[in-house]
Write a protein of this length. Structure first.
Lengths: 285, 293, 275
């Protein structure tokens, strides 16, 4: 069941100007309800445009975006309601922080939703807890925090809307390995607890392999490949042909298989390959 | 070989807005040396002190205590000779993290000219250096382009060209790949390696991407303001557990072999290369299967 | 939509105007402003309009770009028009009167002339300075023209440098504003409804992050400049040494003829309205 579906969507920037460029060409793709779907592609592949279409920041030149089967542009005046249902965390979201305290910054979206005072308060607490932000920090200025904390506060600002679909554009960009784990692991846990449909844009294939159920690959304004994570990573050479890397562990597994050794199962995480190697050594049982 | 950079027990503590010196030093008693022509990677999690180290080596900060030797010149904490400062900056160039915040001019060529102009070099020679520098980073055809229309990777390569036009002996890359996409990172890494191999420029690359560090001659790990490890990439990455303890990760190849060793299989601990790792495992599986037969 | 702002942008090219010495362009721009304000009669304005159009054609900057450059100042133009329309008391009967508002024929003329002045001024200065001159040479041009002031110890070089950096960062900050707006819209911010106060308040979530980021950028940039041995132009050379060519002198001559023509038209062609 698709929670959000993109149907024959095209998008042209700067229409009827000399700078006219097509960012999406007749793209159709669906995102499964309650799953984490990874979206991969080069800068300029159209993925950023697609992401901004899902919550109505951009309007398709042609085609439809369906949320629960309904066109989100049916009533253009009510597009802000769609934005509350499809939460978007932009790249380097810490740049959006503006208020005096972390608490009031996180409550910006719930306030715009015109929720009651007590409801807002509860949502702020909940969202902060999900991203591991302590109660004491809530009354600090967001500008006093460390880089990683700012990032998490900014994410909480979107989680506080309790969106049905959560879209994250490179939420771990520029963080060190520990910071990446904290953010992505935390989001994964949030997804499991809340059942939210998550769309994760990332350049890191290792992260995709670890956290995503499904993967969509974009190239040259079109969908290049889609399917479950193992389906997509089994097409390593095709993915490499559009200049994207596969996780180095998947590369290792492919090399081993190239030597006439049949590995089976999940071959794109260290855990998976380790299991496969152990099984194979015990005679394929 | 001649030492380009040497630090003796240098420490640095930041002062807060009230003028109070922080109790926890950002860097404490760091002693290390870098030889001319070396390619060194510095790893460490955010806040480990690795960026402070970079700023000290370029004299953006001067050490609170200890002595620093750059290209044979001695610098200590109360050094305020401005000419010496510029001399050092001419020797040690720096490329920063954010591609948008280090380009001064709107046109590529004019940006590359900025450093040499400040050094008072003759216009003819500047033009020659611009051409060479752009050639080295593969951006010759962009000489007259507007800087803001370039991609992140291209902007960083212009920043690199701006530094090499000053003819430094050493370049510090302070997380210069952190904000780039994989393609941009590859472009910058290629330029970096070319500078090291073909021009003999000493490279100090501060990063938190393990696979980038793996390509250096030597890896220094900074943790809590101290040098935690200083060895070849093979040696450093073989310490899988220690790396994890300081918030870093080993390459997946090393990690896989480490897990196999933990289960009692006899595999090398210092393999960091995917192809090599695959060969080792193929051999292992074949010999294990023979045992089973 | 913010990307539409072309004011302050440089369009590389090789037209006659592109090739002029930047110092000469600064002088020509100032002379042109003087000429625009000298024009007082319908015919003088017609000449200014014609010359401005010629400038656009010679510079080979597309008309669409030049017109888009006027867009951001359109409110200023309308404001000056309204002020002139209502404030000018002419001789004779008002054309229109309602309660205490009286509009005279003279007011209409003045309003139109003032609007045209502002528009020509923006068009001409953009063409001479920003559109055809890279900020780097523009800086050099301004520094050159102002350099006599160095004798009285004014920081001419620093001033020129600041201007260049401001121009360099316009596109970056415009892009940034777009990004921040999108991020806040994604959190349900509404910038397009409500009264003036509500709308002004809605800008806070954009302005605060924009200022924070601008300060960070300024900080980064100053460190990067120091690393590249910047010391306020002390002992520095220039990649492109400025040199006046025959073209520059010809352009100066044309400008002198143009200004003389306007003065003469003001004086001797007395048909139609004049200020």
């Amino acid at each position: 069941m698709y929670k959000i579906e993109v149907k024959n969507v095209s998008f042209v920037y700067g229409q009827s100007t000399p700078f006219e460029t097509s960012a999406l060409t007749d793209v159709s793709v669906g995102f499964e309800e309650g799953k984490i779907t990874g979206l991969i592609g080069h800068t300029g592949s159209g993925k950023s445009t697609l992401v901004q279409m899902l919550n109505g920041l951009l309007r398709p030149t042609s085609g439809q975006i369906l949320l629960d089967g309904k066109d989100i542009w049916e009533k253009p005046k009510e597009i802000s309601k769609v934005r509350f249902r499809v939460g978007l965390v932009m790249q380097y979201p810490e740049y959006q922080l503006f208020d005096d305290t972390v608490r009031s910054d996180i409550s910006f979206a719930p306030k715009n939703m015109k929720l009651s005072e007590s409801e807002i308060d509860e949502r702020v607490r909940e969202a902060a807890a999900f991203v591991d932000i302590d109660e004491q920090i809530l009354d600090k200025s967001p500008f006093e925090l460390s880089g990683g904390q700012k990032r998490r506060v900014a994410i909480a600002g979107v989680l506080a809307m309790k969106p049905e679909v959560l879209v994250l554009d490179e939420p771990a960009a520029g963080l060190d390995p520990r910071g990446r784990r904290t953010i992505l692991g935390g989001l994964c846990e949030y997804q499991r607890k809340s059942g939210t449909t998550v769309i994760l844009v990332s350049h890191s294939m290792e992260d995709m392999a670890l956290y995503c159920d499904n993967i969509v690959v974009m190239n040259d304004s079109k969908i290049f490949a889609e399917g479950t994570t193992s389906q997509v990573f089994s097409r390593a050479s095709e993915i490499a042909s559009v200049g994207l890397d596969i996780p180095s562990i998947a590369h290792i597994a492919n090399k081993i298989k190239g030597n006439g050794i049949g590995l089976t199962g999940n071959l794109y995480t260290v855990d998976g390959v380790l299991d496969a190697v152990l099984r194979e050594m015990k005679g394929g049982r | 070989m001649e030492k380009i950079i040497e630090t003796k027990d240098i420490s640095y503590s930041y002062t807060d807005s009230d003028g109070q010196i922080s109790i926890v030093p950002a860097l404490s008693n760091v002693s290390l040396s870098v030889e001319s022509g070396e390619y060194v990677a510095v790893l460490g999690h955010n806040g480990s002190g690795k960026s402070t180290l970079a700023k000290l080596l370029n004299l953006i900060l001067t050490p609170t205590s200890g002595t620093l030797y750059i290209d044979g010149k001695e610098i200590d904490h109360n050094d305020d000779d401005i000419d010496k400062l510029y001399d050092v900056r001419k020797t040690v160039g720096m490329v920063f993290q954010n591609p948008d915040n280090q380009l001064v001019a709107t046109v590529v060529e004019e940006d590359v000219a900025f450093g040499p102009e400040n050094l008072g070099i003759e216009p003819k020679e500047i033009q020659k250096r611009i051409d060479e520098a752009l050639e080295t980073v593969g951006m010759t055809e962009y000489a007259n382009h507007a800087t803001h229309s370039l991609s992140g990777g291209q902007k960083q390569r212009i920043a690199i060209a701006g530094v090499i036009a000053m003819k430094p002996k050493c370049i510090i890359f302070d997380e210069s790949t952190a904000m780039l996409d994989p393609l941009g990172r590859k472009e910058v890494m290629r330029a970096m390696e070319r500078l090291n191999r073909e021009e003999g420029i000493t490279i100090i690359h501060i990063t938190h991407y393990m696979e980038e560090a793996a390509r250096a001659d030597r890896v220094i790990i900074v943790n809590d303001g101290e040098v935690y490890m200083d060895a070849t990439p093979r040696e450093v990455f073989s310490h899988v557990e220690e790396l994890r303890a300081v918030g870093l990760e080993a390459p997946q190849a090393t990690e896989l072999l480490h897990r196999l060793r933990a289960l009692g299989y006899d595999v090398p601990r210092d393999c960091i290369d995917a192809d090599e790792c695959a060969e080792i495992i193929v051999k292992l599986i074949k010999s294990e299967k023979e045992k089973n037969v | 939509m913010l990307k539409d702002i072309t004011l302050g942008q440089y369009f590389p090219g090789n037209s006659v105007i592109h090739r002029l010495d930047p110092r000469m362009k600064v002088i020509l721009a100032i002379a042109y402003i003087v000429a625009i304000f000298l024009a007082k009669s319908v015919f003088a304005f017609a000449l200014v309009a014609l010359t401005t159009l010629m400038l656009v054609i010679i510079s080979r900057i597309s008309v669409a770009v030049v017109l888009r450059g006027i867009k951001p100042i359109i409110y200023v133009v309308i404001f000056t028009m309204i002020i002139n329309l209502f404030m000018i008391k002419g001789e004779g009967e008002p054309l229109f009167s309602l309660w205490r508002i009286r509009i005279y024929e003279e007011g209409i003329y003045r309003a139109v002339f003032m609007a045209l002045r502002v528009i020509f001024l923006i068009m001409a200065t953009s063409i001479f300075l920003t559109y055809t001159t890279s900020p780097f040479s523009l800086t050099a041009g301004i520094e050159g023209v102002l350099s006599p002031l160095k004798l009285i110890r004014l920081p001419v070089h620093d001033f020129a440098m600041m201007m260049m950096i401001a121009l360099r960062f316009i596109p970056t900050l415009v892009e940034e504003t777009d990004k921040i707006m999108n991020a806040q819209k994604a959190r349900g911010a509404d910038f397009s409804s409500g009264g003036l106060i509500k709308r002004a308040k809605a800008l806070i979530p954009i302005l605060v992050p924009l200022f924070v980021s601008a300060f960070n950028r300024a900080n980064d940039l100053s460190v990067a400049m120091e690393c590249r041995c910047y010391r306020s132009g002390k002992g520095a050379t220039k990649l492109h040494k400025l040199k006046f060519s025959a073209l520059d002198f010809v352009s100066l001559l044309i400008m002198a003829i143009f200004i003389t023509a306007i003065v003469l038209i003001n004086k001797y062609v007395t048909v139609g309205f004049s200020l």
